[in-house]
Design a protein around this ligand. Structure first.
Ligand code: ADE
Length: 340
C-alpha cells in the first residue's frame, strides 16, 4: 500500500504520533458523534456511581472516525488504565492469557480489529467476558486438565471496521454497541479549528471549511490535510492559513474538491472505462488497480458509498451518477445507470 494523504488508516509511526498529539483526551473535548457521546456520558457516570467497571463495549464503523480515541477517553473518564491490543496480534490463546491475567479491576482492554481474532482465541475470550474467568488447558492426552483461572473485572472494548464479519456469539457479549459514522462538514471544520489551535497556527473560517469539505468525513484525514496546509503556509511565509493557500496546497497534493485523490479517480474511471460503469465485482476492480481487495473495501469504498459515487448491487459495484458528474463524464449508454 502506497502512502495516501487521504487514507483513513495510519500510514506510518510518525503519522500515528501526530494523530495522538491531536487526539481529545476528555469527553468534553470530543467534537461530533453526539449520540454516542451522550450515551457514553450516561454509562460512564452510572458505572462510576455504582463503583463498577464499565460494560463491555463494541465500536464499529469506518477507520479514522475516533473508535480508538473513544476507548482512551473511556479509560480517562473512568480513571483506569488502558491496554491496547489487536485481533491480528492475538493468534494464540497464550497471547491473550498473558494480557488477561495481568489486568486490574476496571482496566480497559482495547482490541482493535476484533473481527480478526483467531477462532480459538475468540472462544477463549467468551468466559473472560461473561464470568471473568478463563479455562486453560494444561498438559496433553491422558494428562490434560482444565485449569480455571479467575480474572479481575475488566472492560473489553472491541473496535472493528467490519461489523459484518463478527460472529454472533462475540457480538452478543458486548453490553453496549455504538456505530461511529462519518462526520458532517461543520463538525470537521470545528475539529480543524481545534487542531489548528493545538498546532498554534491561525486559520480563516473559510479555509477551515475547505479543508473540512475535502476530508472525506474523517477527522484523521482532516488533521492530516491541516498539517500539509500548515507546512505549505510556513514555507511560503503565509502567517494565517487562508482559503487560497488551502486550494493551492491541496491541488499540489492532488486532492480535488470532493476529497478524492488519484487512486479514487482511477478506481472510478477504471469502472467506467473497463466495465461500462458496472456492475463489476470488487475483485476485478482490485486486480485492475493492482490493489488489495481489503484495502478497497475497508479504506476506500465506505466513503465513496457514503457520497453515492459508487453503489453496491447484488451483481457488483456500479458507478453512481454523482461520480460521473464530479468527473465530468457522460452517462454511459446501455449501462446499469441508464436503467436506474
Ligand atoms: N481530533 C480527532 N478527532 C477529534 C474529535 N472527534 N474531536 C476533537 N478533536 C479530534
Amino acid at each position: 500500500m502506497r502512502e495516501r494523504i487521504v487514507t483513513p488508516d495510519k500510514y506510518s509511526e510518525e503519522d500515528e504520533r501526530q494523530i495522538v498529539s491531536l487526539r481529545p483526551e476528555k469527553i468534553d473535548e470530543y467534537i461530533g458523534q453526539g449520540k454516542i457521546v451522550k450515551k457514553l456520558k450516561v454509562s460512564i457516570n452510572a458505572s462510576l456511581q455504582r463503583k463498577e467497571p464499565h460494560e463491555h463495549m463494541l465500536l464499529y464503523g469506518p477507520p479514522g472516525l475516533g473508535k480508538t480515541t473513544l476507548a482512551h477517553i473511556l479509560a480517562r473518564e473512568m480513571g483506569t488504565r488502558i491496554i491496547v491490543s489487536s485481533g491480528p496480534s492475538l493468534q494464540r490463546t497464550g497471547d491473550l492469557m498473558g494480557i488477561l491475567t495481568n489486568l486490574e479491576d476496571g482496566d480497559i482492554l482495547l482490541i482493535d480489529e476484533v473481527h480478526r481474532l483467531a477462532p480459538s482465541v475468540e472462544e477463549f475470550i467468551y468466559p473472560a467476558m461473561e464470568d471473568f474467568k478463563v479455562d486453560f488447558v494444561v498438559d496433553k492426552g491422558a494428562f490434560a486438565r482444565v485449569i480455571n483461572v479467575p480474572l479481575k473485572k475488566f472492560t473489553l472494548v472491541g473496535a472493528t471496521t467490519r461489523a459484518g464479519l463478527l460472529t454472533a456469539p462475540l457480538r452478543d457479549r458486548f453490553g453496549i454497541v455504538h456505530h461511529v459514522d462519518f462526520y458532517p462538514f461543520e463538525e470537521l471544520a470545528d475539529i480543524v479549528r481545534r487542531s489548528a489551535g493545538i498546532l498554534d497556527v491561525k486559520i480563516d473560517e473559510e479555509a477551515a471549511s475547505v479543508i473540512a469539505q475535502r476530508s472525506r468525513g474523517t477527522p484523521r484525514v482532516a488533521n492530516r490535510l491541516l498539517r500539509r496546509v500548515r507546512d505549505y503556509c510556513q514555507v511560503n511565509g503565509i502567517e494565517r492559513i487562508d482559503k487560497q493557500s488551502v486550494l493551492d496546497s491541496l491541488k499540489m497534493e492532488g486532492i480535488d474538491s470532493a476529497g478524492l485523490d488519484d487512486l479514487d479517480r482511477r478506481l472510478l474511471t477504471t469502472m467506467v472505462d473497463y466495465y461500462k460503469g458496472g456492475p463489476v465485482g470488487i475483485e476485478s476492480i482490485a486486480a485492475t488497480l493492482n490493489e488489495e481487495v481489503d484495502t478497497l473495501v475497508e479504506m476506500m469504498e465506505p466513503f465513496l458509498l457514503k457520497i453515492g459515487f459508487i453503489k453496491r448491487t447484488r451483481r457488483g459495484r456500479i458507478v453512481g451518477d454523482a461520480a460521473l458528474k464530479h468527473l465530468n463524464l457522460p452517462r454511459i449508454k446501455g449501462s446499469q445507470q441508464e436503467l436506474l
